[in-house]
Design a protein around this ligand. Structure first.
Ligand SMILES: *Cc1c(COP(=O)(O)O)cnc(C)c1O
Length: 464
């Protein structure tokens, strides 16, 4: 399988090359040159397989030419061995026909683990084959940083540097990052905001000599391998509901559009997906797009669901590419204009096509708390704010006779304050994290200054 850029001006690459590159050199996102299509017999053959084996077979056509099936099976087994639930991504019935697809049973209690745990193994495998090393640098407001640290800890070929805004992440989130003691992990608390952290990472990537010197790499949500690793749980859920014979709908609390894009990719592979319902908080650029074909950038406002506090959804460009009939010139022009004007409207026929599958629902913080309360009162289900938004979107988009599975993307113990406010309950951390608050933390605090950060990273790498 080869990968092409949504903007059409980068040379096609293999799965492994896209894994290490992340973004295409023309600023576009990598997409598979064609969609693998599974006939009904192949879907049926996946029924009942243990999760890691199912995942390997779903991912295999995307990795063809880079990794063979036995290698993928081994890496998937390793990736999902550290999950707390035997089913890896269990389905829990909430009310008649509405299910929670729980994606938070990995080491950092959020759905990012589903892809990141595999990404860690994929990086190690490919880098060992090539006898190379890289330094992954990332900015985080919470979930992505801890998922990356857990996925890459102990790696001999990957060093990880994560910048978080000092004093602006939750204590659970900070401690999940700063209490990891492996020598290849380095945490920087930056004196600034999350945007400052992101700008700092961008500045390091723009400094080409530095970029080459430390061999910078990234694992942000536009990395194709992350999307590929998120497809299997939708397949698993659909099979449980009787696919390929019977359809299923999904609801997904959405930020950068990566998770819901994976569900859409499953439908491109031939899985009968009826509807995809997007839940957003008050940062509702996507739900506004779906209701009026107007995507316009506004400032980010903090909410109870911080992992969805986004200004633009970076992975939307992949859907746009498809809606425009894979016309990369049109896609590039649309994205350039969007960056310049802050507005995007797409051709009406393309927008109508999106609306055939996608629907959106927006919840502000009060509505989110009310939904969390309702889920607990009526179903005894403790949902974190992100999962509650997904479940509300699922309830709104449900049709009779079609099961609806809503992605539950974070464990309620990750957001204890909101859960307590809504339900009066204090969700307990799972046993593996029960001593989180007594573990020793390790991080450096740095000013918002590029040279200070770069020399600190050089010193960290030299000491490894
Ligand atoms: C990252 C994240 C999301 C948003 O997922 P996208 O792929 O960015 O749309 C939702 N909920 C939680 C808990 C997350 O960590």
């Amino acid at each position: 399988m080869r990968y092409i850029s949504t903007r059409g001006d980068a040379r096609p690459r293999s799965f492994s090359d896209c894994l290490l590159a992340g973004l295409a050199e023309d600023g576009g996102l990598y997409m598979p040159e064609s969609w693998p299509h599974f006939p009904a017999t192949e879907w049926r053959a996946l029924r009942g397989l243990p999760y890691p084996e199912l995942a390997a077979r779903v991912i295999a056509p995307f990795a063809a030419g880079s990794l063979d099936l036995p290698t993928l099976e081994r890496l998937c087994h390793e990736a999902y061995a550290g999950f707390d639930h035997a089913a890896i991504a269990p389905l829990v019935e909430i009310e008649n026909g509405l299910f929670a697809l729980e994606l938070f049973h990995g080491p950092t209690l959020a759905f990012k683990d589903m892809a990141m745990q595999l990404l860690g193994r994929l990086f190690d495998h490919v880098l060992t084959e090539r006898d190379e090393t890289v330094t992954i640098v990332g900015a985080t407001s919470g979930d992505t940083g801890s998922a990356a640290i857990e996925a890459f800890r102990g790696s001999a070929r990957v060093s990880v540097v994560i910048l978080h805004p000092q004093g602006r992440t939750s204590e659970v989130q900070r401690r999940q990052m700063t209490t990891v003691r492996d020598a290849n992990i380095h945490n920087i608390a930056l004196d600034g905001t999350f945007d400052d952290c992101q700008d700092m990472v961008k500045a390091m990537f723009a400094d080409l000599p530095f970029r080459d010197e430390v061999r910078l790499s990234a694992v942000n949500s536009i990395n194709w391998a992350r999307i590929a690793a998120q497809i299997p749980y939708y397949v698993r859920a659909a099979l449980a509901f009787g696919a390929p014979e019977n359809p299923v709908s999904f609801a997904v609390p959405t930020g950068n559009f990566g998770n819901v894009l994976a569900a859409w990719a499953a439908s491109r592979m031939g899985l009968p997906v009826r509807r995809l319902c997007i839940g957003s908080n008050r940062n509702d650029i996507l739900t506004r797009f779906l209701s009026s074909n107007d995507m316009s950038i506004r400032g980010v406002e903090p909410s109870l669901s911080p992992s969805m506090d986004i200004q633009v959804s970076s992975n939307f460009e992949r859907l746009l590419f498809e809606l425009l009939g894979r016309d990369s010139a049109a896609c590039a022009a649309t994205m350039t204009a969007f960056r310049k004007t802050g507005h995007m409207a797409i051709p009406p026929a393309a927008w109508e096509k999106a609306c055939e599958t996608f629907a959106g629902l927006r919840l502000d913080d009060d509505e989110t708390l009310a939904e969390m309360q309702r889920l607990f009162r009526e179903s005894r289900y403790l949902a974190d704010p992100h999962s509650a938004i997904g479940l509300a979107a699922g309830r709104a988009g449900r049709e009779t006779g079609v099961p609806m599975a809503a992605a539950a993307t974070a464990h309620p113990a990750k957001f204890p304050d909101a859960v307590r406010e809504a339900t009066g309950m204090s969700p307990a951390l799972p046993p593996r994290l029960s001593d989180l608050f007594t573990r020793e933390e390790r991080y450096v605090t740095l000013p918002n200054d590029l040279h200070a950060v770069q020399s600190d990273i050089r010193a960290f790498l030299a000491a490894r």
